[in-house]
Design a protein around this ligand. Structure first.
Ligand SMILES: CC(C)(COP(=O)(O)OP(=O)(O)OC[C@H]1O[C@@H](n2cnc3c(N)ncnc32)[C@H](O)[C@@H]1OP(=O)(O)O)[C@@H](O)C(=O)NCCC(=O)NCCS
Length: 255
């Protein structure tokens, strides 16, 4: 099984949470791996586990993944016009089921999902296990933790038309200044770093498009004593950037 690209130190050390409260470590260790862990894998209360898969070349036979889908997912797959899209959807869902089943110790086909008000998926009878997922450029990332609500956003770093206009819509002035301060060749990476951090946070919160319902903590929020949550950025594969956010149970009240 391939190993993920080294987790980059893309965030300045000052943004990393410090252990400020023995019960609530501000920064939980992040474990990133390709494919699904073996049966009986455990997810301890103080860690974040991330699985990566290439949707076109999953670590599991595609036909077996398709077999794991529930009736509503099969119906959803059928709605795609092209076979390639049907296959991609089935692989994404099949891998999600397989991966979750390892931590929940249940059969993948027995899992069922419900959805939050803005569409965030939640696994039924998942106990304290929270998960989220993201896909971009043929790569999918699944994140799970027992430490609180979780969100992950993955992006392939690619040229964007109208970078400045998007920045005006989505970023605070100081974030835009951070992008402008980069060398031209580093601007895109900084843009996607900030973008994935926003999205991961909003997805942890379960916000909908526009994110209007979610508070927007400043970057220092993650390093304050008793931090409300954690936010980490890493490079899962060459040309990709991802961020993962966790909101600790006490965090939702303090934000
Ligand atoms: C719904 C949304 C979270 C999807 O994000 P995306 O980058 O298009 O897609 P991703 O691949 O990262 O994530 C998609 C997955 O997120 C999950 N998801 C869907 N709605 C979600 C929500 N409200 N919260 C958390 N996760 C959600 C689903 O599992 C979905 O995958 P699936 O459809 O295959 O099951 C995003 O469109 C959104 O609404 N973002 C809100 C913030 C915003 O408006 N940002 C712009 C900043 S200016």
């Amino acid at each position: 099984m391939r190993q993920p690209t080294e987790i980059s130190g893309a965030i300045p050390a000052a943004l990393h949470g410090r252990v400020s409260d023995a019960r609530v470590p501000a920064r939980l260790p992040l474990h990133v791996e390709w494919g699904v862990p073996p049966s009986g894998a455990s997810l301890s209360p103080d860690e974040v586990r991330i699985a990566l898969t290439r949707i076109e070349r999953p670590e599991w036979p595609i036909a077996e993944l398709q077999e794991l889908l529930a009736a509503d997912e099969r119906a959803q797959a059928e709605k795609f016009r092209f076979e390639a899209d049907r296959r991609r959807y089935a692989v994404g869902r099949g891998m999600l089921r397989l991966w979750l089943s390892r931590y929940l110790n249940r059969a993948p086909q027995e899992l069922s999902f419900r959805y939050g008000p803005n569409g965030k998926p939640i696994v039924e009878e998942g106990g304290d296990l929270h998960f989220n997922l993201s896909h971009s450029g043929g790569l999918a990332a699944y994140a799970a933790t027992r430490a609180g609500e979780i969100g992950i956003d993955l992006e392939r770093v690619h040229e964007l038309v109208g970078l400045d206009q998007i920045g005006v819509l989505c970023f605070a002035p100081e974030e835009r200044a951070l992008i402008s301060a980069q060398n031209p060749e580093d601007r895109l990476a900084q843009f996607f770093r900030l973008w994935t951090r926003h999205e991961a946070w909003l997805k942890a919160w379960g916000a909908g498009l526009g994110g209007a319902t979610a508070p927007k903590p400043d970057e220092d929020a993650w390093s304050r004593p008793g931090a409300a949550g954690m936010l980490e950025t890493f490079a899962p594969a060459p040309g990709f950037i991802a961020s993962v956010a966790v909101i600790f149970p006490h965090g939702k009240k303090t934000l």
